[in-house]
Design a protein around this ligand. Structure first.
Ligand code: GLY
Length: 285
């Protein structure tokens, strides 16, 4: 069964923001679904969905990403293809409008992970749209950084991701983020670390959001997909999150198996998400 599931980050949001995030997630899932329905593969579907979320300033990815402590944009993204375990990831990019498209480019190259200005340069060479980093900064994120610097209270949430199963039985996962609000410039979290918050193989695919360091230490996305050997996607996501909790983290995971069944779990107050499959669509938080 073809299906696409997206998440808009684990964390908390007021009712108005939650409604906007649900709408953004559903729109992204519909865009990915349109590709699946036309016979496109799971990779193209998750990249399309995550591109939509990167372009939506409601989410912490691409336009509207959180800022580092010194007010800079620092973007990470990853994509993994289940049928051949090809993976691509980028960290610390700032000029590439859609980092998930740059990560997608790496799927067909030898290099799995690229960082910093050389990664942006590769995107430019490949014709991916480039912007001045300040064009990705929204007034809301400037305000949030000011609040963070004044109070040290770190708000969570907003990393985006998608998993899909296509009509041929292939699965894929993609994740994109601006990292943590007020992080030290140069800090890299879980999003571009394959196996931590993005993973796919012939058994299924997972994308995660939350406390990056804990997801890396728990190898959470790989753990969730591995659990599909003996359990449902819901239980696989829950088991992976238990491992994240053990190392002091919180967050959420979306998981799809090779049959197109999916699971959603989170240990934060909310994780806005949406899904589309034949004859059905929905949102949750
Ligand atoms: N989960 C996003 C980050 O920690 O960078």
């Amino acid at each position: 069964m073809r299906v696409i599931v997206v998440h808009g980050g684990a964390g908390a949001a007021d009712a108005e923001r939650e409604a906007r995030r649900r709408a953004g997630c559903l729109e992204a899932a519909r865009r990915g679904w349109a590709i699946l329905r036309q016979g496109g593969d799971a990779v193209e579907a998750v990249v399309e969905a995550v591109t939509a979320l990167e372009d939506d300033p409601e989410f912490n990815a691409g336009l509207g990403a959180v800022l580092t402590r010194d007010g800079q944009i620092q973007l990470d993204a990853a994509v993994m293809r289940g049928w051949d375990r090809a993976a691509g990831a980028v960290a610390w990019v700032a000029r590439t409008r859609n980092p998930v498209r740059l990560a997608r480019l790496l799927l067909d190259r030898e290099t799995v992970l690229m960082v910093g200005p050389p990664a942006d340069a590769l995107a430019a060479e490949a014709g991916l749209p480039q912007v001045d980093p300040t064009a990705l900064i929204t007034p809301r994120q400037r305000e949030r950084l000011a609040t963070f610097l004044a109070s040290r209270r770190v708000e969570e949430g907003g990393t985006v991701g998608a998993v899909a199963r296509d009509g041929s039985g292939g699965v894929a996962a993609a994740t994109s983020t601006g990292g943590r609000l007020g992080q030290r410039y140069g800090r890299v979290g879980d999003t571009p670390v394959i196996g931590a918050s993005t993973y796919a193989d012939q058994r299924g695919a997972a994308s995660a959001t939350g406390t990056g360091e804990a997801f890396i230490r728990a190898v959470a996305a790989f753990r969730a997909v591995s659990a599909l050997d003996h359990t449902s996607p819901d239980d696989a996501a829950t088991a992976a999150l238990a491992a994240v909790t053990e190392v002091g983290g919180r967050g959420g995971l979306i998981v799809v198996n090779a049959r197109g069944e999916f699971g959603v779990a989170f240990t934060t107050g909310q994780m806005v998400h949406a899904w589309v499959r034949e004859g059905e669509e929905g949102t949750g938080a």
